[in-house]
Design a protein around this ligand. Sequence first.
Ligand code: AHR
Length: 338
Amino acid sequence: MFRIKTILFVTIAAAMALAACAPAAVATEAPPAAKAGLACSPNCEYSDLVVGFLQTGSEGGWRAANTASFKETATQVGLKLKFYDSQNDLAKQVAGFHQFIQDPEVNVIVLAALETTGWEEILKEAQTAGKIVVIEDRRIDAPEDLYVTYIGSDFAEEGRKGGDEMCTLLANSTTKNVWELVGNVGSSAAKDRGQGFRETMGACGIEITNSQTGNWSATEGKAVTEAWLKASKDVDGIFAQNDEMGFGAIEALKEAGLTPGVDVQVLTFDATAGAFKSMLTGELAVSVECNPLLAPQVYEAALKAANGEELPKWVPSQEGVFRASDPNLQTIADGRKY
Ligand code: AHR
């Protein structure tokens, strides 16, 4: 009798010990979409976060400042950052996303999306794997319950500001022919800046007489402008959707014998250090600000989500406009971080 009781006791104890080590549940079908929040919730700290950051690439000064913000802030707050350079290639960005979903160490994925569309399935996979997803810089077209928040600019508003500024720059010009250098065409920054500019340019009769992608790059911006200038010099303004393409356009204008800031007004977006340098020479007329220093807000949002907090679905950046005509421009430039 004593022996039977002992065997029973040992068997039950062993079964209980095994159950304690096993995964919480052996699912027979796909688990329901995981809610944001980590095992450490509600006491997670930055040191509990391992962030996989899917950067677009390294296309210019704005992007360099954005990347530096993520790397420097990670060190400051004490979280582990795994950085993935998508090299401006959508297939590579999707592969990187899968890599982070499968990485058991990564609990937060930050996406700077190359394109607005096509993210729904992979976001569902990330949610099922229990990853917290934060969208930074570029908004996406996907159901909002698939990510915790989007932190970035109101690109349409930037575009509207650009249209207003170009109207002011061309106020005394009898013709208002503007050439548009577009970023990578599927991105939210390119789509929304283009749309916003068109919403306000009509107020003063601006016409966009040329429009083509320069893929955010100075080299491509220059090549496209050169080709246009060979066909006609009938241009009053250039609406370059970022600083880099504007720098390329300025080079092309000068090589064609035109004086930027006098013959042609160049307007860009980002307001990087390079833009301030160019505005201080008078070549670049206006740069509409786009804030790249987003990492502190992104990491804070990820931590809040890790602790189970609900977040607003969009936290827009506060941004200004900088003009070559501003007498305080040098002082403003001296106080800027990028
Ligand atoms: O999404 C922000 C845009 O991306 C910047 O304007 C551009 O320079 C960058 O590549």
